[in-house]
Design a protein around this ligand. Structure first.
Ligand code: SAH
Length: 253
């Protein structure tokens, strides 16, 4: 019996999947991909006779049954998720089912979209004296978010926040961030389809972002990034300071 590989496809650009993930895709007999988000171009490396399924139209039992049947027939299976599978990938329930059914599996990480978003913005999320913390979160939707993690309460930290799955409720997101203490001049950036050819970036403040996003006509699949790192004057990192010695470099005079 083969083992299943759960693979992070990366944010969209077919060159942003890992070397290992791409090798497994090339070798796969069966690929089940999260169709609403995975760039179909990533599948171009698959073998001509590979069986390819879009999980958008499948339930959890459909997916797991298909995988079970395939590994038992000694086929190599890749379950392909967008970005990194650990972030809003709904893989835990699949892995639990694999365990129950005695199916062996491995996880290959991917470039999450919140990092592809930083690259698109040419932005470091962790600047000295501004923020040294990145919060990855989402607004509550059909999947609830525990109260203690509401955007309003997380906003109190004024850390860099990457908000997934929430562009369709941007007005509510802004309201909560402001209620949590972000001033209305706090910079915010929206990146639609980071790393895809149709990538779009909107930069704004909490005050005018709703308006600007409406004008830019940003569809779903966008990342919201908020925090002072996006505008700011900051202290230089100690890592590269000339007078700062560390394990790999002596201080210069
Ligand atoms: N596992 C994925 C996230 C899946 S949830 C990851 O690690 O990126 C889907 C959400 O991710 C979308 O609603 C959007 O907020 C974000 N997203 C996924 N791909 C994106 C991209 N290329 N650019 C911007 N946001 C993206």
């Amino acid at each position: 019996m083969q083992k299943v590989s759960i693979v992070g496809a990366g944010p969209g650009d077919p060159e942003l999947i890992t070397v290992k993930g791409q090798r497994l895709l090339k070798e796969a007999d069966v690929v089940i991909y999260a169709g609403s988000l995975v760039n179909p171009r990533i599948l171009e490396v698959c073998r001509k006779n590979a069986e390819i399924f879009n999980s958008a139209s499948m339930t959890l039992p459909d997916v797991v049954n298909k995988i079970e049947e395939s590994v038992k027939a000694d086929k190599k299976v890749v379950r392909l998720h967008t970005g990194d599978p650990a972030i809003y990938g709904a893989i835990q329930e699949q892995m639990d089912e694999f365990k129950k059914r005695g199916i062996e599996y491995e996880v290959i990480p991917g470039v999450s979209s919140f990092l592809a978003t930083a690259a698109a913005l040419k932005q470091e999320y962790t600047l000295p004296n501004i923020s040294q913390t990145v919060i990855v979160t989402r607004g509550a939707g059909r999947t609830p978010v525990p109260d203690r993690e509401s955007l309003k309460s997380l906003a109190q930290h004024q850390a860099t926040m990457c908000i997934f799955l929430s562009i369709q409720m941007l007005d509510k997101v802004v309201e909560e961030l402001e209620a949590g203490g972000y001033p209305e001049d706090t910079p915010i950036a929206i990146v639609h389809r980071a790393s895809w050819p149709e990538q779009k970036i909107v930069r704004a403040t909490l005050k005018d972002v709703v308006e600007k996003v409406k004008e830019a006509d940003i569809p779903r699949q966008a990342m919201i990034v908020v925090g002072r790192v996006l505008d700011t004057e900051y202290d230089l990192s100690r890592l590269y300071a000339p007078e700062f010695a560390h394990m790999f470099r002596q201080a210069s005079k």
